[in-house]
Design a protein around this ligand. Structure first.
Ligand SMILES: [Zn+2]
Ligand SMILES: [Zn+2]
Length: 307
């Protein structure tokens, strides 16, 4: 089952010719999840040819223009397709007011239901397969990070063991594969553990942008397979980063290291750096956490299933 993350934009503050504003999309098993939505988000989606109009959920970190100005256009164009299920948007308290005002003033025609929920710290979505949760960051406005984490997957099914136990191929196999016990004709009960390997770990993606460095971030993003984290400034700009309540790329790397993530993808670069100069941000981070990627717009990250 696929779990892909697309970097739709990597710029902070303002969109640049080669860098749209910070936004990421997760595509997992036919569902789409958008994290932040600045100007240019739609263009990247178009360039990637992602069929995004039936997006399932949107998560907004905070109410700064560089993270929300792409939203009205996305909501409007989503009406070009028919959908029955609502679109849920999670974000800070004033997000609903922003969306409602845009809808009213722009006379937006929207043919589906929009549900806006406040992204309080804690679990936002919890279903059979995964959770999405929010945790607090520290910025000039209320801001949250997000974590999407799959639950344990049932272990590998061993048909040879099932046959040896006298379980005929068919619906009983399906029940066992779902982790349910089955009763055979002779009334004996077979537990799934008799025919299944150990449960397999799920995958974890974390999205962190616009915050001071906080040691608590590492706790929330612990063991992520992929961490998208702001690395707005080089380490020589630490003071400026702190004043503006942002992070240096080195601080992002420290979080990645402390959290023992598998891969760090830097995002939300300051427009003061041209595309070539960004390599210095990556170098600062790689000294602390070697598996750091200098994310560019429209890069795709694949998180493979774990055995
Ligand atoms: Zn920002
Ligand atoms: Zn901000």
């Amino acid at each position: 089952m696929n779990f892909e993350v697309f970097a739709l934009g990597t710029s902070g503050m303002m969109p640049l010719p080669n860098r749209f504003l910070t936004s990421a999309m997760v595509r997992r098993d036919g569902e789409l999840f958008l994290f932040d939505c600045g100007e240019g988000t739609q263009i990247s989606l178009k360039m990637l040819n992602l069929k995004w109009k039936k997006i399932n959920s949107i998560f907004i970190s905070h109410m700064h223009a560089d993270h929300v100005t792409g939203l009205p256009g996305m909501l409007m164009l989503s009406s070009q397709v028919d959908r029955d299920d609502p679109l849920t948007i999670y974000g800070p308290p004033r997000l609903k007011e922003y969306i409602d005002a845009n809808r009213r003033i722009l006379d937006m025609y929207i043919n589906y239901e929009i549900v806006v929920k406040v992204a309080h710290p804690g679990v936002l979505i919890d279903n059979d397969e995964y959770t999405v949760s929010a945790f607090p960051l520290s910025h000039t406005k209320p801001c949250t990070g997000f974590v999407m984490e799959e639950k344990l997957r049932p272990g590998e099914f061993h048909p040879d063991l099932a046959l040896a136990l006298g379980i005929p191929k068919g619906p009983l196999w399906g029940r066992l594969q779902k982790g349910l016990a089955v009763t055979l004709d002779d009334k004996s009960v077979i537990e799934p553990s008799a025919v299944m390997g150990e449960a397999r770990e799920g995958r974890k993606f974390s999205y962190v942008t616009d915050s001071l460095y906080l040691p608590s971030i590492a706790y929330h993003v612990k063991d992520s397979d992929l961490l998208f984290c702001e690395g707005m400034f080089g380490s020589d700009m630490l003071e400026t980063a702190q004043e503006k309540m942002h992070m240096t790329s080195e601080q992002a790397a420290r979080i990645a290291k402390d959290a023992e993530v598998k891969k760090l993808a830097l995002i939300h670069y300051s427009p003061r750096y041209n595309d070539w100069e960004l390599k210095f941000l990556a170098e600062d981070a790689q000294r602390v956490f070697p598996n750091t990627i200098l994310t560019r717009d429209r890069m795709r990250f694949d998180i493979p299933l774990k055995r």
